[in-house]
Design a protein around this ligand. Structure first.
Ligand SMILES: C[S@@+](CC[C@H](N)C(=O)[O-])C[C@H]1O[C@@H](n2cnc3c(N)ncnc32)[C@H](O)[C@@H]1O
Length: 291
């Protein structure tokens, strides 16, 4: 991402949720808002993937496979994160790097929760345009923050976040785009605003050379075939071993209560991924603050 440009990976994952809605994890996953947040041109690829008709042209086929795989990953991680939010039932929810996350518009069980969406200013401005006058189901506050530049602590305090009450923090699909130092700084900032019983749920990539080569090859093929590459300006900047992340979290008063691979979560959700190789490096972790 640059200072002026909104996230394209946020659009890709929103398209993934729109593809998955009503098709994957039925009864456990649903995001009917996702499709409404997309531009017409972005909905076209969603419709193509939902049709199941595999395109013949090479470039389109690459885009089709990328979005099909993204839909599987998104259904799996959304189910696990929504369950963790409900189980914690905290009065505040902070969504870090919210992108086109629609929880504040699609989860009526959050109607008594105060939600703070923290995101890069460019991504957040674009989301607000896309939302138009759609009404949220929860009390929502938009907090523009660049994790690389700004103090999230001060921005959240100004937005009304109460550090004496427990918070559930969601950090979904953001850690890969931050450097290790930015991840550590953001963790440190959120820890200072986490009352006992606060919970952090995050997704992160583990080091996986084979997966990274495959990801780079797919991006190259997209570019060579003249199709848009949503990852072009958002390179992966960090990956973590479960031990390294657990140690960092412990230093900030969080104890890891669960750390699962996306593959094991897919099995638990009865989602049989057609693209098992994709996001083979993905983990989802929950950590709680006890004191
Ligand atoms: C792949 S999207 C994930 C969006 C959302 N969490 C989801 O899962 O739908 C990555 C998000 O990270 C945010 N992001 C990346 N770098 C950032 C930074 N330096 N400061 C703030 N947000 C950042 C982007 O704006 C974008 O919304």
């Amino acid at each position: 991402m640059t200072e002026r440009a909104a996230s394209r990976t946020a659009v890709l994952v929103c398209q993934g949720r729109a593809v998955a809605d009503g098709r994957l994890g039925i009864g456990r996953f649903s995001d009917p808002v996702a499709v409404d947040l997309l531009a017409d041109s972005e909905r076209e690829m969603v419709a193509l993937v939902r049709s199941g008709v595999v395109p013949r042209s090479f470039g389109l086929r690459m885009e089709y496979e990328l979005l099909s795989a993204t839909a599987e990953v998104l259904a799996v991680r959304t189910i696990a994160i929504d369950d963790a939010i409900r189980a914690a039932a905290n009065p505040q929810l902070v969504i870090l790097g919210a992108g086109l996350d629609a929880r504040a518009w699609r989860m009526p069980e959050l109607s008594a929760t105060t939600i703070f969406e923290v995101d890069h200013p460019a991504s957040q401005a674009e989301k607000r345009d896309r939302l138009g006058d759609r009404r949220p189901v929860a009390d929502i506050h938009f907090v523009p923050v660049d994790f690389a530049e700004d103090s999230m602590t001060a921005a959240l305090a100004t937005a009304g976040h109460d550090d004496s009450r427990p918070t559930t923090w969601i950090w979904e699909g953001v850690v890969p785009y931050l450097t290790p130092a930015q991840v550590a700084e953001t963790l440190s900032a959120l820890a200072t605003r986490s009352a006992p019983a606060s919970r952090l749920v995050l997704t992160y990539p583990t080091p996986n050379r084979t997966y990274n080569y495959g990801r780079k090859a797919m991006q190259l093929l997209l570019t060579l075939s003249g199709r848009p590459n949503p990852m072009a300006r958002e390179p992966q900047r960090s990956s973590w071993t479960p031990d390294a992340l657990a140690t960092l979290l412990a230093a900030h008063g969080f104890t890891v209560t669960a750390d699962r691979t996306l593959h094991s979560l897919a099995d638990a959700a009865d989602i049989e991924p057609a693209h098992r190789s994709l996001r083979a490096d993905g983990h989802l972790l929950a950590a709680d603050r006890t004191a």
